[in-house]
Design a protein around this ligand. Structure first.
Ligand SMILES: *Cc1c(COP(=O)(O)O)cnc(C)c1O
Length: 425
């Protein structure tokens, strides 16, 4: 049945049969038992489907991942131990030493560091680009060894909206896939695959879990990218894998090639598995995702409107505001709402912004974002502390920027909290 996203949040992934548990069970087991050595051998050869060791696959994880894949309109999905692991796997699954890829500069600080520093040590070079440049200007950054393009639907923390169609056109013109981190928008508000993205990633730690309970990540593959048509660029998918008796992923698994390779090789070798217990929490969070995201957006629009009218506020970025420079892109890609995260600054610069944050009582300072309780942080002194002033500016993060993540409280209480803080700065 072709259902709406609200119904998918509740019914996809796990379908209990007659007499089975109503809620997704937690398979809290490292291993599975088999009667014969051959039964087990076939699993190791990827000849038979089944479970043998949780580092590679676990039913709880697979069912939660299948729900996320269904929400995104993808072909297959997998969970990872964190959003960081998801983004690392998403790129490393198709890039190796000597390769190059392109990412927007306006991405999450952790991802920026992973791409700029850690992956560079592995011999994979990333060029960061201003995502607002024209297609013609962006074309110039592609090289013969470019293997992927990466961006975030709504960037963390600067809250700008990616022109997904533009990026998809660019990537495809150069024969490479577009990877989009859809953490802030969630599939409730935007499904990048519908706009041409090939691979979608998530930090499930944020809205999907929604309650600040468990760290996790997810990767969804659309199954749309034709690896065989670009066989020379992606040997990992199109030539025999000697560690699996010469399997060619793109031939044997078709649309499932990318996720199968990421599971069979990267999960096997790096082991960034999400615990089944955490997958259960994510699945529970997903059941109410559509309701929560809507309220997060309603609340955020109220707060953004209040802040934009306040005399002590220097600026506000929230794509949901009609006057915001990203509003047109938001109307196109996120017509039902953007997200609960906004950023703003207090007049008087960095010191004033920090002073203001310390005066808030209901909104708490936390290294978190996109969960049920309102929280905030100062990227220049917290998440992006490792970036130089230059890198901060390049990433569009002004030193006075406060990232405010609007929770599910009554918006009037949050406004009262802001008002009392304004009175004392
Ligand atoms: C938090 C976040 C990540 C990293 O996820 P973790 O689960 O913290 O590892 C990646 N991308 C975005 C957009 C994020 O907000």
């Amino acid at each position: 049945m072709n259902t709406h996203i609200e119904t998918k949040c509740l019914h996809e992934g796990y379908e209990p049969q007659n007499g089975e548990p109503r809620q997704l069970p937690i398979w809290q087991s490292t291993t599975w038992k088999y009667s014969t050595s051959d039964d087990m051998g076939a699993l190791f050869d990827l000849e038979a489907e089944g479970y043998f060791y949780t580092r590679l696959q676990n039913p709880t994880n697979d069912m939660a991942a299948a729900k996320i894949a269904a929400l995104e309109g993808g072909y297959a999905g997998m969970l990872t131990s964190s959003g960081q692991a998801a983004n690392f796997f998403a790129v490393f699954n198709i890039c190796e030493a000597g390769d190059h890829f392109i990412a927007s500069t306006s991405i999450y600080g952790g991802t920026y560091n992973l791409f700029a520093v850690t992956m560079a040590k592995m011999g994979i070079e990333c060029t960061f680009v201003d995502q607002t440049l024209s297609e013609e200007e962006l074309d110039k950054y592609f090289r013969p060894n470019t293997k992927a393009v990466f961006g975030e639907t709504i960037t963390n923390p600067t809250c700008t909206v990616l022109d997904i169609e533009k990026f998809a056109r660019l990537a495809h013109r150069h024969g490479v896939p577009l990877i989009v981190d859809n953490t802030f928008a969630t599939p409730v508000n935007c499904r990048p695959i519908e706009w041409g993205a090939d691979i979608v990633t998530h930090s499930t730690t944020k809205y999907m879990d929604g309650h600040a309970v468990s760290v996790g990540g997810a990767i969804v593959d659309s199954g749309n990218f034709d690896w065989m048509a670009h066989a020379e660029a992606f040997p990992g998918l199109t030539t025999p894998d000697e560690s699996y008796h010469g399997i060619v992923y793109a031939e044997k698994f078709g649309k499932g090639a990318y996720i199968t390779k990421a599971t069979a090789q990267l999960m096997r070798d790096f082991g960034c598995i999400q615990s089944p217990q955490n997958a259960f929490y994510v699945n529970t969070g997903l059941e109410s995702l559509h309701v929560r995201v809507q309220r997060h957006c309603e609340n955020a629009l109220k707060i953004a409107t209040f802040l934009s009218e306040h005399e002590k506020v220097a600026w506000v970025h929230y794509a949901g505001l009609p006057e915001d420079e990203n509003h047109e892109l938001a109307k196109k890609y996120l017509p039902n709402g953007t997200c609960g995260v906004l950023c703003f600054a207090i007049k008087g610069g960095r010191e004033k912004s920090i002073e203001f944050m310390d005066k808030l009582k209901l909104a708490t300072i936390a290294t978190h974002v996109a969960d049920a309780r309102t929280c905030l942080l100062h990227p220049a002194s917290h998440t992006h502390r490792q970036l130089s002033e230059e890198q901060l500016i390049e990433a569009g993060i002004s030193p006075d920027l406060i990232r405010y993540s609007v929770g599910l409280e009554n918006a009037n209480d949050l406004i009262e909290d802001l008002k009392q803080a304004f009175e004392v700065v």
